[in-house]
Ligand binder design. Structure first.
Ligand SMILES: Nc1ncnc2c1ncn2[C@@H]1O[C@H](COP(=O)(O)OP(=O)(O)OP(=O)(O)O)[C@@H](O)[C@H]1O
Length: 598
């Protein structure tokens, strides 16, 4: 419940008076509806003369003045008032409904924005610990359930207010009967608590199933090539078949639960009405109009209890979603980057003058894991020089580079740019100064032009082609039927691995970064294109700080500095020729194994 209150408070904060106005509008609408029903009483009274044969009508004091007027006038007055009341009630309902959507949609926008911006502000290491599909699930399904839950909660509040009004109205009509109905309602609600507990359990199960489904289907669609090439289709379909059976059972259980509780309320309503009428008629000798009153009070009051119960079950079922969203937001806040990360477009990039430094850096991915991915790392990356990072697979190269880019924080030690930590106000200018090409290049499902201008929206045609020339992609882009406006498919699937790498390199260079980080950015290229890019990098190396992770050591001959990493430690440092001549060193061993492989 605490999680629901947290989000309701936010809603309250955002909509303020509007929310109260709406709640008030709903109560007024309820009151008007009741008054319309009340007007039915004299009408029924008039009819009652024939129905009951008692000839007395209903002797409610509020209608006593009607007895002095001619029946035709009374009829016109009552019917006119009835139409007027119904009209006002519907006008109020209409404006309340529109304002409700306004409040809910504004809150929905706000909440989605808040959650996504908290997610984007989180450190890179936060994403390493999370499954992407789980985050997608929370951002889509769970968030939608939370919004539906908030709507149920508001409905619950108005139904509660409405019920209170109805109780007051019923009490005024007949206190003893209303008390009787209330006692029955309390007894029934105690009995119905188990429905709510069960709804909460089913809600958790439904959340879990949703999460499992998205995780499974995302994994499989990401690996569709593997599935097809290894003919795994039938096993994947079997998984889906089994899974959907579980979903079906869960949905059936939930529907059963809700139908059972509604059945209970409807049956008890019928039984109670029958009981009350029997007692009133048999023992209290009540007449026709009073029996109608019994039905009236019941027919108005009891469904509102059933609605309250149904809304409580709906709320209980979405409670796990509220908890998940709240937990994700708390985790994001804990993992928030130390520094401003919003409004990047307007921030001027930092110009690196001396260099980047890792000082006494220790890092491990899991705090409780005994193994460190980096240990006692002390390196200096001079500005406007080419630094290469080499080592065996798993040595810690990417980890070091991620730390140097400020994507993760060291467990101990510091990362400094020009002698000062990259945090607070410096984080954003520092990020703006970096161009990065990842090991696994990522492109958006858009045109080549869109992919390039994403980084620099105001890039001119000339700048685009200059970047493409640099990344030796101009020729293949020109050869495409629609050139820069060619759609490249999901993650750039319509391009070859090498073409993707070159485009990502062009994208990284387009902002003219002062630090360019390439994490095995040329691994998928043929020798000719790799050579061209190497030459382009050589030309850049005195105006840009280049950090290159490379497996193929032949590509880093021209580096001003090579850092050799092994088991999380910097074991050698120097230039190509010097390191190659250190016999028995890690670099010459790496060199040896590559020569053997050729
Ligand atoms: N997200 C992660 N969670 C836990 N451990 C990780 C994670 N990423 C990397 N590691 C571990 O940290 C160590 C260094 O990994 P890193 O990716 O930095 O190596 P690398 O030298 O870049 O390797 P490669 O050349 O294969 O890319 C490895 O032991 C690896 O298993």
């Amino acid at each position: 419940m605490q999680a629901i209150i947290y989000y309701i408070r936010q809603l309250h904060h955002l909509s303020g008076v509007k929310l109260y106005l709406n709640l008030f509008g709903m109560v007024i609408s309820g009151l008007l509806e009741s008054s319309a029903i009340l007007l039915l009483v004299p009408m029924l009274g008039m009819a009652g003369i024939q129905i009951s044969g008692a000839g007395a009508g209903i002797n409610l004091p509020v209608f006593s003045f009607l007895t002095d007027l001619p029946q035709s006038t009374v009829l016109v007055m009552v019917l006119g008032a009835y139409v007027l009341i119904i009209l006002s009630q519907n006008l109020i309902s209409r404006s309340v409904a529109i304002r409700n959507v306004d409040i809910q949609q504004s809150y929905s926008r706000e909440l989605r924005y808040e959650v996504y911006s908290e997610l984007l502000r989180s450190e890179w290491s936060f994403f390493l610990k999370k499954r992407t599909s789980d985050l997608i699930n929370i951002m889509t399904t769970e968030l939608a359930r939370v919004l539906a839950g908030i709507s149920s909660f508001l409905q619950f509040l108005t139904s509660l207010l409405f019920t209170l009004v109805q109780i007051g109205f019923a009490f005024w009509l007949s206190p003893s009967m209303t008390l009787g109905v209330l006692v029955c309602a309390v007894l029934l609600s105690v009995f119905s608590r188990r429905f709510i507990r069960k709804a909460k359990k089913l809600g958790s199960r439904s959340s879990l199933l949703g999460k499992m489904y998205l995780a499974g289907i995302t994994d499989q669609l990401n690996g569709i090539k593997d599935i097809k090439s290894n003919t795994l289709e039938s096993s994947r379909l079997a998984w889906l078949h089994e899974f959907t059976a579980e979903v079906k059972n869960e949905q059936l259980d939930y529907t059963r639960l809700r139908s059972n509780s509604q059945l209970l309320y409807k049956m008890s309503s019928a039984l109670l009405i029958a009981g009350f009428i029997f007692v009133s008629f048999r023992f209290l000798h009540a007449e026709g109009p009073h029996l109608l009153l019994v039905i009236l009070v019941f027919a108005r009051l009891w469904p509102t209890f059933a609605t309250l119960q149904s809304l409580m079950e709906q709320l209980a079922a979405v409670l796990p979603s509220f908890r998940q969203l709240q937990q994700l937001q708390a985790e994001c806040r804990e993992a928030a980057e130390r520094g401003q990360t919003e409004g990047a477009e307007t921030v001027a990039p930092l110009k690196l003058r001396q260099g980047l430094e890792a000082r006494n850096v220790n890092f491990r991915y899991q705090p409780d894991h005994p193994e460190y991915s980096l240990q006692q790392v002390n390196v200096f990356i001079p500005a406007n020089r080419m630094t290469a990072v080499v080592g065996r697979s798993g040595a810690g190269k990417s980890t070091l580079v991620d730390l140097l880019m400020g994507l993760m924080q060291p467990e101990s030690g510091e990362i400094l740019a020009d002698g000062r930590p990259i945090s607070g106000e410096r984080l954003l200018p520092f990020r703006r100064s970096i161009g990065y090409v990842a090991q696994d290049p990522f492109l958006y499902n858009a045109t080549i032009r869109d992919n390039l201008t994403m980084i620099k929206p105001d890039a001119s045609e000339e700048e685009l082609w200059e970047a493409l020339e640099f990344a030796s992609s101009a020729d293949f882009v020109r050869a495409l039927p629609e050139g820069l406006d060619t759609l490249i498919g999901d993650r750039g699937v319509r391009l070859s691995g090498g073409e993707r790498q070159r485009l990502v390199l062009a994208r990284a260079i387009i902002r003219k970064p002062s630090i360019l980080v390439l994490d095995e950015a040329t691994s998928a290229l043929d020798t000719e294109n790799e050579k061209k890019i190497q030459e382009a990098l050589e030309r850049l190396k005195h105006s840009v700080t280049l950090i290159i992770i490379a497996h193929r050591l032949s590509t880093i001959r021209g580096a001003d500095q090579i850092l050799v990493i092994d088991q999380g430690r910097v074991v050698q440092q120097g230039v190509y020729g010097g390191l190659a001549s250190e016999k028995g060193g890690m670099f010459s061993r790496l060199l040896g194994s590559q020569e053997e492989a050729m």
